[in-house]
Ligand binder design. Structure first.
Ligand code: FES
Length: 106
């Protein structure tokens, strides 16, 4: 599946993701700017924060409880469409997904 990341400065990055990896892993493997993934996908660092493109919100779904708490306490610029990329599992159904990498400044 192909995912589009929009980096914080507006740069568009097309990434070929493997099914069953997370969006964070796909971003890291391809050097997407702004996705740090410090905790390795354990949902404790919030350095993989993205805003899901509006057109994809339904298909990606909302953040889980632990994820939502982490976003609330650790992330900047949190919006209803905020997700942690490490908690988005890539499937064929997400081919074409667009994620906007969130900025780090509060
Ligand atoms: Fe740490 Fe996603 S990589 S919360």
């Amino acid at each position: 599946p192909r995912i589009t990341f929009i980096e914080p400065d507006g740069t568009v990055r097309l990434v070929d993701a493997e099914p069953h990896e997370s969006a964070m892993q796909a971003a890291k493997r391809n050097g997407v700017d702004g996705i740090i993934g410090e905790c390795g996908g354990s949902c404790i660092c919030a350095t993989c924060h993205c805003h899901v493109d509006e057109a994809w919100l339904d298909r990606v779904g909302p953040a889980g409880d632990i994820e939502a708490d982490l976003l609330e306490f650790e992330a900047a610029d949190v919006r209803p469409e905020s997700r942690l990329a490490c908690q988005i599992q890539i499937t064929e159904a997400l081919d074409g997904l667009v994620l906007h990498v969130a900025g780090r400044s509060r």
